[in-house]
Design a protein around this ligand. Structure first.
Ligand code: AMP
Length: 359
């Protein structure tokens, strides 16, 4: 069976790596000639909205998926009908727009930060009174890793901030004083079978995910699963989905969702019976899902900006190294490391050694 992937970054690379043992082949649509997944399948080098290339992709494969949410919805709609595409276009349309996703969360009874749609300076001034400060002004679309957002405080000049955002659609969100940030990775296959990974506890710096730890028997697991189940059902979803959540006391508030495999689930490659990449592949070609059970206490550290010395890192027993084939560049995710041991203490001990080698 042949699978088409729109987008050719590290997520496409890890999807293909997980798909080969299942006998799957890949065609990857990606405009960058030297993309890090381009040699993991046939590479169609074209823009995501190039209809000739999209038609060629649909012609060549049995099913299509995508690796990130900045693919235009129109491209997925164009493919739909020519070839099965998962996750469905409506999930992408919802996830690309913070207003749509937060509105859907609320409709499903899923808590969120207070928010307001902002289309003018007047809207912004009114929303600040309603929601209070501090608050976050975020672009509705194309924001990721903390990009396209600004904190507003009592002394912020709203006129100046609004000018900076230059009329792009935004939402204002109350600042949540969370106890921790977590995410739930869930998966549903074409036949409707669902599975949920143990939640990840996530630590960000400068808006970028640095470290995720899979949680064992976490008290909010069932609340997170309940949220994910509602979203999967509402969107007629197929594939892996990630929902990022803030925990405040024993309450979970949804921040955003990603209609794809997610960085906070990378630990599952070695840390669960069947990792998120393999389960996404199983879901879209409609195979039975693999078990999402923890194999131990897993932590994943992102490698950002600099490439580590493989020799150094792998000389520590228990370390799994993933390099994405990308060159070093400030702020760029170039790989990750996972440690999965049979106790949290053992995992931490190895991580301490890793941190020393990385600094
Ligand atoms: P986002 O782009 O929405 O994923 O935001 C990136 C990071 O900013 C999140 O992982 C949080 O650490 C922080 N953040 C985003 N929205 C809020 C909020 N409403 N309250 C507090 N922190 C937030």
């Amino acid at each position: 069976m042949k699978v088409g992937i729109v987008g050719g970054g590290q997520l496409a690379r890890m999807l293909a790596i997980a798909g080969y043992p299942l006998g799957l082949d890949f065609v990857i649509l990606e405009p960058a000639e030297d993309a890090c997944s381009s040699h993991l399948g046939e590479h169609l080098c074209a823009n995501y909205d190039d209809e000739t290339a999209l038609a060629e992709l649909a012609e060549k494969v049995d099913v299509i998926t995508y690796e990130f949410e900045n693919v235009p919805v129109s491209a997925i709609e164009f493919l739909d009908g020519k070839c099965p595409v998962y996750p469905p276009a409506q999930a992408l349309a919802c996830a690309r727009d913070r207003l749509n996703e937060k509105t859907m969360f609320r409709e499903l009874g899923i808590g969120t930060a207070d928010f307001a749609n902002i289309e003018s300076l007047d809207d912004l001034k009114q929303a600040v009174v309603q929601i209070g400060l501090p608050a976050l002004l975020k672009t509705r679309t194309m924001g990721y890793d903390g990009k396209g957002q600004q904190m507003l405080r009592e002394d912020t000049d709203l006129d100046a901030v609004w000018k900076e955002f230059n009329g792009v659609p935004t939402i204002l969100e109350s600042l949540v004083l969370f106890d921790r940030e977590i995410s739930i990775i869930a998966v549903k296959n074409v036949s409707g079978e669902m599975a949920f990974y143990p939640i990840s506890e996530n630590h960000h710096e400068e808006g970028i995910l640095r470290l995720s730890t899979s949680q064992v028997d976490d008290p909010v697991q069932s609340q997170a699963e309940d949220y994910a189940r509602k979203v999967l059902e509402k969107l007629d979803y197929v594939g892996v989905i990630a929902i990022e959540l803030f925990q405040v006391g024993d309450q979970l508030l949804a921040n955003e969702m990603a209609p794809r495999v997610h960085n906070s689930g990378h630990w599952s490659i070695e840390g669960s019976v069947c990792g998120q990449f393999e389960n996404h592949m199983r879901a879209v070609v409609d195979l039975p899902l693999g078990s999402t059970e923890n194999l131990g206490y897993s932590t994943m550290i992102n490698l950002i900006g600099d490439l580590p010395e493989s020799m150094e890192v792998l000389s520590i027993p228990g370390v799994h190294l993933h390099l994405y084939g990308k060159s070093a560049r400030p702020g760029r995710k170039v790989g990750h490391i996972t440690v999965c041991e049979d106790s949290a203490e053992k995992t931490q001990k190895i991580l301490d050694q890793v941190q020393v080698r990385l600094t």
